[in-house]
Design a protein around this ligand. Structure first.
Ligand SMILES: [Fe+2]
Ligand SMILES: [Fe+2]
Length: 374
């Protein structure tokens, strides 16, 4: 396979990955070790599932909307977008070292999250035989590979290599049942949209705070994520049981709570990054939750009550607990172990407190399709 000029123009995920890996030349064993070391930093997980069950999905109930969405994705409005242009002026040397460290951490975890989606979608495409499903997953894998490739371009300038091909082989995979993949992936696509668009709109108003050019690319970027979320909304619509039985409602609430609180904890651990953007991280979290809740009304039978008096104090408790656990781990020994258990207990209690806040019921519309509105 000839590697294309750049991952931004690749028509498949495989081409994009090959193009990216070619930029670093062949992997030496030294590089491989370096990448493996970074693995500990690459916290977002990789997933695998029951691909046969997913391949059996029949999209007939949502056919009309499905075809429109697939045609839109096939028309590929963002082909060539994820590539540096003259507008790209990164000043890594002028960046405060502490900010630089947080920003690199942000880029690495974003790159892994993008790539984690790519790997899952690519695998679904490879294993499936249902043309509707494989077409969708091939298109989404293409987009995610371009996104990961673009972040990789940014990281390469800071002297960091994330070898995507190598990562595919080395990273540990977590098994999720297909329905959990739908809930988790639907949510992460929509929350990804809300995160990128909130930062983009904020910087539109305050261009002087744009400390790195990658943010200029966020609008088209989040439109890709929006489409991916739309696809999962349609998949969820193919089987009404997925969003109506008491057990599945329980799981939806669980995933909403887990995804929101994880985001809160992670973002609060990057204070300098948010400060440089002029974003109050607590405001940002609530704003992203608000947008995501509004969007997920298209398919979920409830939204979380993020204005409940128990909501924010317990998210803050989870964040404090996660810092305690990290410090206790670093400290080690009996005292470290005890402090770690105490921290994990605190986090669990706070999670239960948030999870048991009564949700707000939502009447799901017949047609889920939305257009990006923020
Ligand atoms: Fe993406
Ligand atoms: Fe996506």
């Amino acid at each position: 396979m000839n590697a294309p000029v750049h991952s931004a123009f690749a028509n498949t995920a495989e081409e994009a990955i090959a193009a990216q890996d070619a930029l670093d030349g062949p992997m030496t064993s030294e590089m491989a070790t370096e990448v493996a070391m970074q693995n500990t930093l690459l916290t977002p997980r990789f997933y695998t599932t029951d691909f046969e069950e997913m391949d059996a999905i029949d999209v007939t109930p949502v056919r009309a909307e499905w075809d429109v969405l697939i045609d839109q994705m096939k028309s590929d409005p963002n082909k060539g977008h994820f590539k540096k242009t003259d507008e790209w002026e990164a000043d890594w040397d002028g960046m405060e070292p502490a900010l630089k460290a947080e920003f690199i951490d942000f880029l690495i975890s974003s790159c892994t999250a993008e790539f984690s989606g790519c790997v899952l979608y690519k695998e679904m495409k490879r294993r499936g035989s249902n043309e509707d499903i494989t077409t969708l997953f091939q298109l989404m894998a293409r987009d995610e590979a371009r996104h990961a490739g673009f972040i990789n371009d940014a990281l390469r300038e800071a002297g960091i290599r994330v070898n995507l091909g190598f990562l595919t082989q080395q990273k540990k995979y977590t098994y999720f049942r297909p329905k959990f993949i739908y809930y988790a992936t639907y949510l992460s696509e929509k929350i990804g949209y809300a995160r990128y668009i909130t930062i983009y709109r904020h910087l539109e108003k305050h261009p002087e705070l744009m400390f790195h050019p990658i943010f200029k690319w966020f609008r088209e970027w989040c439109n890709d994520e929006f489409s991916h979320g739309e696809a999962f909304a349609l998949l969820l619509k193919t089987d009404p049981k997925l969003t109506t039985t008491p057990m599945n409602k329980f799981w939806i609430k669980f995933f909403l709570t887990a995804v929101y609180s994880t985001m809160w904890v992670r973002d609060h651990q990057r204070p300098l990054f948010h400060e440089a953007l002029g974003v109050d991280v607590t405001w940002y979290g609530q704003e992203v939750f608000r947008k995501t809740s509004e969007i997920t009304k298209q398919v979920f039978p409830m939204t979380l009550n993020i204005d409940h008096p128990r909501w924010r104090p317990n998210l803050d408790r989870m964040e404090a607990a996660s810092r305690q656990v990290a410090a206790a781990k670093a400290r080690g020994g009996v005292l470290g172990f005890a402090s770690r258990i105490a921290g994990m207990t605190k986090a669990a209690v706070a999670f239960v407190s948030v999870f048991t806040i009564p949700a707000i019921k939502n009447e799901v519309p017949d047609s889920p399709r939305l257009e990006p509105a923020y």
